[in-house]
Design a protein around this ligand. Structure first.
Ligand SMILES: [Zn+2]
Ligand SMILES: [Zn+2]
Length: 647
């Protein structure tokens, strides 16, 4: 039951929950066969958050069938059959398949066609095994839970169509999805989280709260930020700039495009070509003239019946070739590193200049497949909280530690309680192929990274064989308050790029040496991070991040009252508070309702009595009316909450 054949080692790494979910797929097949004995099954692996099983069946399974299927599945759980593993010879397996006995409850008229095909694709040296629960026998390499009764709770979730092996030349199958957990409570919590996540969907809230838009004429995956979104961006950049400045970073600025030669040097061309936007060919005056000549020549040939035209066509081909070779090719930048490396190299560096930390909120463009684009999470233009740190090997541990501390500080500020760093390392057997052939540097940097992770008490797992080509990397995953998982950022240790760019510093011994480089982006990209924040806060941003921090709502429209309210507005704005005023003739309840809908953090309701007492009535979004308070006190509180970035 495998779509991409998993190696036995990969299967051994199946987590407990994957094992449980995959076992539920067998139970699903068992139940479907009890209802439709002619069903033919293909692959049934665990997937993110659940499992599926692909089935070929004349009856079209719909969600209306789920209850019936689930009832049969429950019987199978109650029976508490063991999952028995049986190893068989290839001939025995083929024999059973021909009798229709694989992924079946009994022998059948039709062979188990997909299972026979899967057997054909099992490498000759791999053992073939079957798993049995009750009457159901399946071709499967495992692993499974001990008994069907170990499956605590499950639910079928959807059905879709899928081609066998994902190839549209193959038959179309029905893919039945479900999920399973150890306990009923975990299952219920999961669906409650999904419900809540739907309400918090950043695409929905982003529109309602006027944060960002996507527009077909601008292009798919190219979000534009409305003033409210731009306000959040400004705050995040301010935070990053302050934090980085205090940590000794220096800011740089680089263009959005660069010549082809830069990306050839970095290796992005050709290795990363499919993720880069197609080139722009820039023609200079001379080249434009050439192009016009070619066009004139073409026109001439078209209008000419001359039998000797071949010679002229040949000339044309030559000219065209030349023209293609001419011109200057530029690319939109997909990452900032090559530009930053050039800035490192622009000035002679000595060990005294290191560590050098170059930071930029750089805008990058990546050509993601249109099918992959998703709200703010997968986009084609992104503004990255980027920096490149250049250092001597001796400085690595301190620098890397400081980067981690920055992460932890941000997590705390944003109330991210659960996070995980996935530390991806190299596989020594793949040096020179998948990983750059520098065994000593790999060993050193991985060991240093591991030490820092261990000693800082950061929550991390080590994943072998998943490092970047040029060094170990750390992917940071964070969970929103409702338990949804997001990939936020990647950190990379790089000892290859500095070499490709021939970066040097003069060391104490007066010898030129190559620095190490750390790529880091703790706040990821604005796009992904704000997408995360919208869902994390459900649009209820803390005051400092709120697009509109304060709205003044007047009760009535007497000139004196409006003057008083405007004076407060001006005072707030003079302190850079994002404040607005609602002076419409609506009733106060209507004004409050509108402000609550837009999730305005603080509302100052101002009536005649407030004015006479030089006070304001304070109202917080979702918390209701907090009563009248002295104007000066309220403003001072607002300013300190913003300054301290209080939650
Ligand atoms: Zn299985
Ligand atoms: Zn980089």
């Amino acid at each position: 039951m495998q779509e991409d054949r998993k190696t036995p080692e990969m299967r051994a790494q199946m987590t407990d929950i994957e094992r449980l979910r995959h076992s539920t797929a067998h139970v699903l097949a068992t139940a479907i066969l009890k209802i439709w004995p002619e069903a033919q099954f293909a692959a049934g692996p665990p997937v993110d958050n659940g499992f599926y099983y692909d089935v070929d069946l004349p009856h079209r399974i719909s969600p209306e069938d789920f209850e019936k299927i689930e009832t049969e599945m429950k019987k199978e759980l109650k029976a508490n059959h063991p999952f028995e593993r049986m190893e068989v010879s290839r001939d025995e397996a083929l024999d059973l398949g021909k009798k229709g006995r694989l992924a079946a409850l009994n022998d059948r008229d039709q062979p188990s066609k997909f299972k026979l095909d899967i057997i054909e694709n099992i490498p000759a040296d791999e053992k073939i095994s079957l798993y049995r629960n009750g009457d159901f026998i399946d071709l499967c390499a495992g692993p499974h839970v001990m008994r069907t009764g170990n499956i605590g709770a499950f639910r079928l979730t959807s059905v879709a169509s899928a081609y066998y092996k994902g190839d549209e030349k193959n038959p179309q199958l029905q893919r039945v999805y479900g999920t399973a957990f150890k306990t009923k409570k975990e299952l219920d919590d999961y669906f409650a989280m999904l419900e809540e996540a739907k309400k918090r969907d950043h695409r929905k809230l982003g529109k309602e709260l006027e944060i960002f838009v996507l527009d077909d004429d601008v292009g798919p995956g190219l979000p534009m930020w409305l003033p409210r979104g731009a306000a959040i961006i400004e705050e995040l950049e301010k935070l990053a700039k302050e934090t980085e400045f205090a940590a000794g970073y220096q800011r740089v600025r680089t263009p959005h495009i660069a010549r082809e030669s830069l990306y050839k040097k970095s290796g992005h061309l050709p290795y990363y070509a499919e993720s880069i936007f197609p080139e722009m060919v820039v023609l200079e005056e001379k080249e434009r003239k050439r192009r016009d000549e070619i066009n004139a020549e073409f026109a001439e040939i078209e209008s000419n019946e001359d039998p000797g035209a071949l010679g002229r066509v040949k000339t044309m081909v030559r000219l065209l070739r030349e023209n293609v070779l001419l011109g200057d090719r530029y690319y939109l930048k997909a990452m900032n590193c090559p530009h930053h490396h050039k800035l490192f190299a622009a000035v002679p560096r000595s060990y005294r200049d290191l560590p050098l930390r170059l930071a930029e909120y750089g805008t990058c463009y990546r050509y993601e497949q249109s099918g992959e684009l998703f709200g703010l999470m997968r986009v084609r233009s992104m503004q990255m909280n980027d920096a490149h740190l250049y250092m001597t090997p001796e400085q690595f541990e301190t620098e890397f530690n400081a980067v981690n501390e920055m992460y932890l500080k941000y997590f705390k500020l944003f109330g991210i309680g659960k996070y995980l760093m996935r530390f991806s390392t190299h596989d020594p057997t793949k040096l020179g192929q998948k990983f750059i052939d520098e065994p000593e540097l790999w060993k050193q940097t991985e060991e240093m990274t591991r030490n820092v992770l261990k000693s800082s008490g950061i929550n991390y797992v080590e994943v072998p064989n998943e490092a970047a080509f040029y060094g170990p990397k750390i992917d940071v995953q964070a969970w929103s308050v409702i338990g949804r998982e997001f990939s936020i950022a990647t950190n990379q240790v790089d000892f290859a790029q500095p070499r490709r760019f021939d970066l040097r510093y003069k060391d104490r011994d007066n010898v030129d040496k190559i620095p190490l480089c750390i790529h880091r982006a703790p706040l990821g990209t604005h796009e992904r991070f704000i997408g995360f924040l919208i869902e994390h806060y459900a649009g209820n941003f803390p005051l400092w991040l709120s697009p509109e921090q304060v709205r003044i709502l007047t009760i009535g429209d007497e000139p004196q009252l409006l003057d008083y309210s405007r004076a407060i507005l001006n005072e707030l704005r003079s302190h850079q508070v994002r404040a607005e005023i609602d002076t419409s003739t609506d009733k106060i309840n209507g004004k409050i309702q509108r402000a609550e809908q837009m999730k305005i953090h603080t509302m100052l309701v101002i009536g005649k009595r407030d004015m006479e007492a030089n006070a304001v009535s304070l109202r917080l979004h979702g918390k209701g009316n907090l009563g009248a308070k002295p104007r000066g006190e309220v403003i001072a509180d607002l300013l300190s909450a913003i300054k301290e970035r209080r939650a």
